[in-house]
Design a protein around this ligand. Structure first.
Ligand code: FAD
Ligand code: NAD
Length: 331
């Protein structure tokens, strides 16, 4: 089969590998310039920042096998730290036995590893899918309303749920996609000067900042002579819902104030801000209470959807959604 996969995140890349291994001719269409989707790294002149997922966990044996390959290749490493949680006074340790991993040297290194040998057309946003009645082929229309030259026997959509629903308009799958399940996230990176207790590497936060990473403490992250630490703040979904509520300056002020108030017992003096960078994710995480479809496949027209939203909304879920579809379709 000639197969088109929309999206080069973990789900799209994984499915494409499985499909290609079975002898199919796969082309991935990705709207952004890179691979990895929400496993994203931003290269700035003062550092490279993981602006999407911060770490991943592995529970399913099939994903553990993939993790073992990444570890062997050097594409991932364990991030071994004791999590903290926020309290009224600041932060306190909240030890657990969870094994957490990061891509090395960036989170998207694991996506790069999965990309080996794949045909990926980047900077190509697909706007609509059309089924031709005369030869049962799929034609793809891009965002400039141009039809791509090639036609395909099968299409797999791996975008977040709301975006997938738009692309799958007019197909049998559309009505099976859960609605309004995507939540937004404002992310803010802060480079600071000032010493902080080395134990504080990851903090489960509060209603303002839901998660804090110390990016500079993670495996293989380069140090900088300009600053002592690089932090990543993930604002809560509620806080992030209104994208334009806070100007950039106001958000940076809220971020550095939050950091200083939470870390004050672990620093000698307030941290000094050196650089900042922010990124908005419209489709970042998933609401917790919706029915996951698990498999979305219409074999009669060779169309399917995959992605983290089918299997729990994490890096591991994205991977497993691709495996589940491949098992259902090919085995
Ligand atoms: P995506 O990575 O979103 O891939 C979909 C791809 O499709 C994207 O590259 C997109 O550009 C492309 N695309 C979409 N529409 C089109 C179109 N029309 N045409 C062409 N291409 C298109 N998970 C964890 O396990 N641990 C974490 O710590 C964690 N933290 C997170 C923090 C943030 C801020 C965010 C945003 C996510 C986080 N996640 C975390 C979730 C994790 O990143 C996702 O579960 C996982 O990466 C999703 O992979 P995916 O392949 O399903 O989708
Ligand atoms: P995980 O087990 O580390 O975290 C799952 C959740 O359990 C955490 O969000 C936290 O609420 C809680 N938790 C875990 N360990 C804890 C501890 N020691 N003390 C207190 N609370 C603890 O990892 P996972 O299940 O792989 O989840 C992935 C992570 O990705 C989660 O933290 C999730 O919030 C995050 N995520 C963030 C976004 C975003 O947009 N910011 C999107 C998707 C996922």
């Amino acid at each position: 089969m000639k197969v088109a996969v929309i999206g080069a995140g973990i789900a799209g890349l994984t499915f494409s590998q499985l499909c290609q291994q079975r002898g199919h001719d796969v082309t991935i269409f990705e709207k952004s310039r890179g691979r990895g989707g929400r496993l994203a790294a931003k290269r700035l002149d003062w550092g490279t920042i993981d602006i999407g997922a911060q770490y991943f966990t592995a529970y399913d044996l099939r994903f553990k096998e993939q993790l073992a390959t990444w570890l062997q290749e050097g594409a991932a490493e364990r991030w071994d730290f004791t999590p903290f949680v926020t309290t009224d006074e600041g932060v306190s340790p909240s030890p657990d036995n969870t094994e957490r991993y990061v891509g090395t040297a960036q989170m998207n290194s694991i996506a790069h590893s999965l990309s080996t040998g794949l045909n990926i057309q980047v900077s190509t946003e697909i706007k609509a899918l059309h089924r031709t009645s005369e030869n049962n082929q799929w034609r793809l229309q891009d965002k400039h309303d141009q039809f791509l030259d090639e036609s395909f026997d099968a299409v797999i959509v791996s975008a977040p749920a709301e975006q997938s629903a738009k692309l799958l308009t007019g197909t049998a799958l559309k009505t099976r996609i859960p609605q309004q399940i995507d939540e937004p996230c404002w992310t803010l990176a802060l480079a600071t000067r000032g010493k902080v207790n080395a134990d504080i590497q990851g903090v489960f936060g509060d209603n303002t900042v839901a998660w804090l990473s110390r990016l500079s403490a993670r495996p293989q992250r380069a140090a900088s002579p300009e600053y002592d630490d690089l932090w990543m703040l993930h604002f809560s979904a509620d806080w992030s819902r209104d994208k334009d509520k806070h100007s950039e300056d106001a958000m940076v002020q809220i971020g550095i104030n939050w950091l200083n108030s939470k870390l004050q017992q672990h620093t000698h003096s307030p941290l000094e801000l050196v650089h900042h960078y922010r990124h908005y994710w419209r489709y970042a995480r998933l609401k917790s209470n919706y029915e996951q479809p698990k498999i979305l496949l219409d074999k009669s027209s060779n169309i399917a959807a995959i992605g983290d939203w089918l299997v729990g909304g994490r890096v591991e879920g994205a991977y497993l959604s691709a495996l589940d579809l491949a098992e259902q379709w090919f085995d």
